[in-house]
Design a protein around this ligand. Sequence first.
Ligand SMILES: Cc1cc2nc3c(=O)[nH]c(=O)nc-3n(C[C@H](O)[C@H](O)[C@H](O)COP(=O)(O)O)c2cc1C
Length: 389
Amino acid sequence: MAQPLTIEDLRLLAKRRVPRMFYDYADSGAWTEGTYRANETDFAGIKLRQRVAVDMTNRTLESTMVGQTVAMPVALAPTGLTGMQHADGEILAAKAAAKAGVPFTLSTMSICSIEDVANHTGSPFWFQLYVMKDRDFIARLIQRAKTAGCSALVLTLDLQVLGQRHKDIRNGLSAPPKPTLANLINLAFKPRWCLKMLDTPRRGFGNIVGHVSGVADMSSLSSWTASQFDPALSWDDVKWIKDQWGGKLIIKGILDPEDAELAAQSGADALIVSNHGGRQLDGALSSIAALPAIVDQVGNRIEVLFDGGIRSGQDVIKALALGAHGTFIGRAFLYGLGAMGEKGVTLALDIIRKELDITMALCGLRDVKDVDQRILLGGREEAVRRLSL
Ligand SMILES: Cc1cc2nc3c(=O)[nH]c(=O)nc-3n(C[C@H](O)[C@H](O)[C@H](O)COP(=O)(O)O)c2cc1C
């Protein structure tokens, strides 16, 4: 393929280069994948207002997220098994994010550990926490994130119970892949991936193995994980975690104004409007359709961030115009990583930055902090009407 110009180009390249079970793990949603698809397609219904003959010089995309300066309001979302899209994936993505001046969020279920990522990157990153029943382990994990200098904790609330993704079951998803005949045949067609993976020791869940008694090998880990996510999680636990952490706290996985209200009352610094990229409750609203009501409910009391379905700079600007203070990308950077490693994540961020910058200019604005509903055709009201069709 010639130089990739869009996130879709990167996706196609990743599909060729990443073993099927890990490509499918990224490019899938729960059950019918209806919410996963709606996350992307709902953006298309929102139309922008073109403006002309306004000064478009000296543009800036600089903004803030939870008080930290960012080169553009686009952070890398936490994604599990990132080190299986490409060897050392979390370290490479964290480096690309640091060079681009945007936050990287490390998942609890990462391949590279918190300490490993901290040792290989100069800039502080954010850490995402899943709450497991073993509270001692959680307390130690929070302490490890503090020691590593993580500058925000992203607490994910929408995975008390795991949504079903059919492809993961059919593919027998595991890290590393099991040496079945189907896997071996598939791996034979992914030589780049295999060579890099043979060259790294990082092939298991780095934050967990060696830190929890009884979890020494990967085969016991998947059952450990399934039995450890806490289905009894409550807002009292959020308070406990907030106290343990003591720093910037971002609550992830809010899709309903009532939950947004509770998140605001919890004293967290920000919330992320998110349906986990359509991977949890199939049939739920797309993230962009859920955003306006949440901004109405709590937008003046807590920073409202957004993720779900962003595949371009136009998508970013539409989320900002509907009231998001900042955004996260998941698959958009994973496709870049799977396609071309660190260079691919850099390219994904470059693509989104250019699209955001040019779109902002053509809407007649020079500062991303000025983006609001005025850039939407028919304003917010028309966008909300189209989103509810
Ligand atoms: C492959 C994959 C793994 C993910 N793993 C996690 C995770 O470990 N923790 C988490 O909070 N969210 C996880 N998510 C959800 C993302 O943080 C984010 O909400 C979602 O990807 C946003 O949608 P997008 O991929 O359309 O940008 C994952 C998403 C994907 C695609």
